[in-house]
Design a protein around this ligand. Structure first.
Ligand code: HAM
Length: 418
C-alpha cells in the first residue's frame, strides 16, 4: 500500500471542522480590519526566496523544495508567503495610487525540515501583511490581532515576545559588537554558526543548538544599539500594546529565521507544543519591497502556523461536527425514488440532508440517523405513498407528525428553517 510522504499529512473529517472554524474566525477578524485576500502561486522562481529570505538562512540553505522544471527553470515550492506577496504587490503595482495595502492569504507552505510534533514538511499558514505603512501602530495592530484571535479560539498558555532589530543606521554597530563577541567564542559554535558568524552574525542568535546558546549567554543586546528613530518606534509599539492590555515580554534574542526583518519583530510562543514553541511570528521588513525591485516602501506582517494553532486551540472538534437537519428514510424502491427527489430538492433549499441509498430496514435507517445526529427524520414507504403522506419525526422529542406529499418540499423546508 502506498503511504503518504514523511512530514506530510492528511487532515481528515473530524479534524477538518476545527481547521474550517479557525480559518473562518481568522478571515472574519482580518476582513473586519480591512485585510483583503490574495491568492498566490505555490511555485515561484527560486531567486525570489533566495533574495528575500536570505542565502544564509536554514530555509534557503537546507529546506527548500527546489527543482528544475521540465523547461529547465529552477523553481521552488513556497516556504513562506511574504516574498510572493511582495512580488505580487510590486508586479501588479498594488502600491498605486495609495501604497497602504492590507493583504492576507491562507495556504500550504513547504520546508524540508526534520519532522516532529508541530513540524511538518507541508504545513499551513495564515499570513497577513500590512504594506506601505511605516507606523509602529501597524505592528501593534498585528500583535493585537494575533492575541485576539488566539483568545477567541481559547488557546491557553501563549505569550507575545517582541523585539527590535534596528535599521540600516543602527544595525551595523550591533553587528560589529556581536561579531567581536562571536570571535571570542568561535571554538564553541556549531558548524553553521562558525560559517555564518562573520557573514551574517544575527543568524547565530537564532541557532537552536544548546552549545551555541550557552556560548551566547554574554552576547550584546540589540536594544542597547538602537538609534533614536528605532528606539522611538519600539517604545511606541510597546506603549500601544500596554494601552490595549496586551501582555508581552521584550525578548532581545528574537531575531527570527528570515533575513528580511528590520525594526519590530514578534512571536507568539506557547509551552504547549514542546520544542516548537512559536505558533506565529512576524515583523517589519522595511527594505524588502525596494530590494525586490519595487518602490522604497515599508511593510510589516505575520504568519500563523495553522497546524500548530489547530493543535493547541481549546475547541472540541466533536462539537463542530456537521449534523444533518433531516435524514430521509425510505422503504421500498418507489418510496426511495420519491425520497431521493426530496433529498436533492431540500439540500438545494439549504437543508442539510442525509439518506441511505441501499435497501435497509427502517430500524437500521433510524439508527444511522441517530448516529449522524440528525434532528429530523422523514419516513416514507409504500403505505405512506398510498395514503399521500409521509411521517416526520422530531428525533429529540420523538414526536411524529404527518406531512402531505403534495408540496412536501416547500412544507418541510419551511418547517425546518423557521
Ligand atoms: P516563520 O517564523 O518562518 O515566519 O513561520 C511562521 C510560523 O509558521 C511559525 O511561527 C510556525 O508556527 C509555522 N511554521 C514554520 N515552519 C513550520 C513547520 N515546518 N511546520 C509547522 N509549522 C511551521 C514566516 O514564514 C514569515 N513569512 C512571517 C512573516 C509574515 N513575517 C512578515 N510577514
Amino acid at each position: 500500500m502506498i503511504q503518504l510522504i514523511r512530514g506530510f499529512k492528511d487532515i481528515l473529517p473530524g479534524e477538518v471542522e476545527l481547521w474550517q472554524k479557525i480559518e473562518r474566525e481568522a478571515r472574519e477578524l482580518l476582513e473586519r480590519f480591512g485585510f483583503r485576500e490574495i491568492r498566490i502561486p505555490v511555485l515561484e522562481k527560486t531567486e525570489l526566496f533566495r533574495r528575500s529570505i536570505g542565502e544564509d538562512t536554514d530555509i534557503v540553505e537546507k529546506e527548500m523544495y527546489t527543482f528544475a522544471d521540465r523547461g529547465g527553470e529552477t523553481v521552488t515550492m513556497r516556504p513562506e508567503a511574504t516574498a510572493s506577496i511582495v512580488r505580487a504587490y510590486i508586479q501588479h503595482k498594488l502600491y498605486a495610487p495609495d501604497p497602504a495595502r492590507r493583504l492576507y492569504m491562507v495556504g500550504p507552505m513547504f520546508r524540508r525540515e526534520r519532522p516532529q510534533k508541530g513540524r511538518y514538511r507541508q504545513f499551513y499558514q495564515i499570513d497577513a501583511e500590512i504594506l506601505g505603512v511605516a507606523s509602529p501602530l501597524a505592528d501593534a495592530e498585528l500583535v493585537f490581532l494575533l492575541t485576539s484571535l488566539f483568545r477567541r479560539l481559547s488557546v491557553a498558555d501563549v505569550e507575545a515576545h517582541v523585539n527590535s532589530l534596528g535599521c540600516a543606521a543602527c544595525r551595523p554597530s550591533f553587528r560589529h559588537a556581536l561579531q567581536e563577541m562571536l570571535a571570542s567564542v568561535s571554538d564553541r559554535l556549531c558548524e553553521d554558526c562558525s560559517r555564518r558568524r562573520s557573514r551574517n552574525p544575527l543568524r547565530v542568535l537564532d541557532c537552536k543548538v544548546p552549545e551555541c546558546r550557552a556560548a551566547l549567554a554574554a552576547a550584546p543586546s540589540i536594544l542597547d544599539h538602537l538609534c533614536t528613530d528605532c528606539r522611538r518606534d519600539f517604545d511606541l509599539l510597546q506603549n500601544a500594546l500596554a494601552a490595549l492590555g496586551v501582555p508581552y515580554v521584550v525578548d532581545p534574542r528574537l531575531v527570527r529565521g528570515l533575513d528580511y526583518y528590520t525594526r519590530a519583530t514578534f512571536e507568539i510562543q506557547t509551552g504547549a507544543l514542546g520544542a516548537q514553541s512559536a505558533v506565529a511570528g512576524g515583523g517589519r521588513y522595511d527594505r524588502l519591497i525596494a530590494e525586490l525591485g519595487g518602490p522604497d516602501l515599508p511593510a510589516t506582517g505575520f504568519a500563523i502556523g495553522f497546524d500548530r494553532l489547530a493543535e493547541i486551540a481549546g475547541l472540541n472538534p466533536e462539537e463542530l461536527r456537521p449534523q444533518p437537519d433531516l435524514f430521509l428514510a425510505a422503504l421500498g424502491a418507489r418510496a426511495r425514488q420519491a425520497a431521493f427527489a426530496w433529498y436533492c430538492r431540500l439540500g438545494e433549499r439549504g437543508i442539510r440532508v442525509a439518506m441511505e441509498f441501499g435497501e435497509k430496514s427502517l430500524k437500521s435507517q433510524l439508527k444511522a440517523a441517530d448516529r449522524e445526529g440528525a434532528a429530523w427524520v422523514l419516513m416514507v414507504g409504500e403505505e405512506e405513498l398510498a395514503r399521500g403522506t409521509a411521517s416526520l419525526r422530531d428525533m429529540r422529542s420523538k414526536r411524529q407528525r404527518e406531512v402531505p406529499l403534495a408540496g412536501l418540499v416547500d412544507r418541510v423546508a419551511a418547517m425546518l428553517t423557521e
